[in-house]
Design a protein. Structure first.
Length: 266
């Protein structure tokens, strides 16, 4: 997801940290446990539910991984900025949490093939006449977003004429539109659509054209090829069986905006 900007301190730590020796696939199988990092504050990707247990799309994917290996699942809570450092320090074997595949991260860790996409698009209502995201570049339009989000900078670059309203949380963005304090949200559409269900009286709509699409894979330690290759094969099976899309629909209330096309050779 286009989430909080990584702090300078975290970046320094990430770049300076000496990678610990990662556990290979054989070592994980011998130990009988796999440690998987998930974000505890990222519903419905992963969060604590009514029974105070972690639940969500990532948790179900983690469960599929552990069961396929025949090992016990150990969920390790990792905030967004902790995912790469936890891999570097061998505190987790793999990282989930909408870990976008970027060249900067690829210098530090390895990625599997994509698990899911991130489609940055527009959520608005029938009160806004815009037909494409470019139509929002208008001083009469107020775009809502969360403080510190990377997408705030993207909005200033691509839609400089629009006003900006900054709020504190995911649900607050949709609430602001429902209350008429904002006109649209430009963000990862899949991650926010669930919140629109709280406002049945609003005629919500998603503009057809995404601004851009990114892809999230499973993160593993650099050079841990045996584990990465296993996960690539498993992800191909989970995609072709429809399991990934079924879990996405279960937690997000609809299909992935840009589905993953599985390729057995990559």
């Amino acid at each position: 997801m286009l989430r909080l900007l990584v702090t300078i301190t975290t970046l320094i730590f990430m770049l300076a940290a000496e990678p610990a020796t990662a556990r290979s696939l054989d070592e994980i199988l011998k130990d009988g446990t796999i440690r998987i990092g998930v974000n505890p504050n990222f519903p419905p990707m992963s969060s604590y539910g009514m029974t105070n247990q972690l639940e969500g799309f990532d948790v179900d994917i983690a469960d599929r991984i552990a069961k396929s290996l025949g090992v016990k699942l150990e969920l390790v809570t990792t905030e967004a900025a902790q995912r790469v450092p936890f891999l570097l320090s061998n505190r987790i074997d793999i990282a989930l949490g909408a870990l976008t595949r970027t060249p900067e991260r690829a210098k530090l860790i390895s990625f599997t093939v994509p698990l899911h996409s991130e489609s940055m698009g527009v959520i608005t209502t029938d009160k806004v006449a815009a037909q494409s995201w470019e139509d929002l570049n208008n001083p009469d339009i107020t775009l809502v977003n969360m403080r510190g989000n990377l997408s705030v900078a993207i909005l200033k670059d691509k839609l400089p004429k629009a006003k900006t309203l900054l709020v504190d949380g995911n649900a607050d963005t949709i609430r602001a539109i429902a209350q008429g304090r904002a006109d649209a949200l430009v963000e990862n559409v899949d991650f926010f659509l669930n919140f629109t269900n709280n406002y049945k009286n609003v005629n919500w709509r998603v503009l057809d054209e995404p601004i851009f699409v990114a892809y999230c894979g499973i993160g593993v330690s650099k050079g841990n090829d045996s584990l990465r290759e296993y996960l690539d094969v498993l992800l191909y099976d989970l995609h072709t069986s429809g399991d990934v899309n079924a879990l996405w629909t279960k937690w997000y209330g609809g299909p992935m905006a840009v589905p993953i096309v599985p390729n057995p050779y990559f």
